[in-house]
Design a protein around this ligand. Structure first.
Ligand SMILES: [Zn+2]
Length: 69
């Protein structure tokens, strides 16, 4: 299980919010974040984020499997 957080400030260009794992160094710089929950995989976290916040992608550093297709 991983703990996932979402950056509540969407990217102004793409409208996407970034999903991070709790240990991500980039997450520390995110001011407006929210705890998403505990999930086994990034995919599950993303599905949940989509329902709750709309468009979301993985952080390139901690969730590379979800960063760009
Ligand atoms: Zn990250």
């Amino acid at each position: 299980m991983y703990y996932f957080y979402i950056d509540k400030e969407a990217n102004p260009t793409t409208g996407e919010r970034e999903i991070h794992k709790d240990f991500c160094s980039r997450l520390k710089k995110v001011k407006n974040k929210e705890f998403l929950g505990r999930f086994k995989t990034f995919k599950e976290a993303k599905e949940y984020a989509l329902k709750r916040f709309g468009r979301a992608i993985g952080c390139s550093k901690c969730c590379p499997e979800g960063f760009r297709r």
